[in-house]
Design a protein around this ligand. Structure first.
Ligand code: CUA
Length: 155
């Protein structure tokens, strides 16, 4: 009789945890926009240099406190190389790869994206804390993968 009761409790607990994790994941995905990128903007990876906006990579002011960084990733670098924005800026990174799959991770933030050739990846982050943020490629992309890094300077 006692075992039966425990089984019941564990079953309820198990189902409860499952439902809770589904609710949390759903909330993060839809309410906090933390889900995998669902935009399907594509680009010919052979013609990145000729395709707007990637024909002119750089940092662009798009609003009061808003910036857009148009960026290409290629073995083994980020273009533009150094990025500088004022403290408090909301920065949208618009990225694509010119060759293989790269990663785009900004240390000390939640920014962590995969940049796949043929696709345009957009990710937005607000930088409230001044500092030098290390940007790393976190997808193995070849012999120079470890060297693939840059910085975002916020000041
Ligand atoms: Cu690019 Cu690793």
């Amino acid at each position: 009789m006692k075992m039966h009761r425990f089984e019941e409790i564990w079953l309820i607990l198990g189902v409860g945890i499952l439902v809770l994790s589904m609710v949390v994941t759903g909330y993060q995905t839809f309410a906090m926009e933390m889900g995998p990128p669902s935009n399907t903007e594509t680009i010919d990876p052979q013609k990145v240099d000729e395709t707007a906006p990637f024909d002119n990579p750089g940092v662009f002011k798009t609003g009061e406190n808003e910036y857009e960084v148009v960026m290409t990733l290629q073995i083994f670098s980020f273009t533009p190389d150094k990025i500088e924005v004022p403290t408090g800026s909301e920065v949208t990174f618009t990225m694509t790869s010119k060759d293989v799959i790269h990663g785009f991770q900004i240390a000390g933030t939640n920014v962590n994206a995969m940049v796949v050739p043929g696709h345009i990846q957009k990710i937005t982050e607000t930088f409230d804390e001044p500092g030098e943020y290390l940007v790393l490629c976190n997808e193995y992309c070849g012999a120079g993968h470890q060297m693939m890094a840059t910085t975002v300077t916020v000041k």
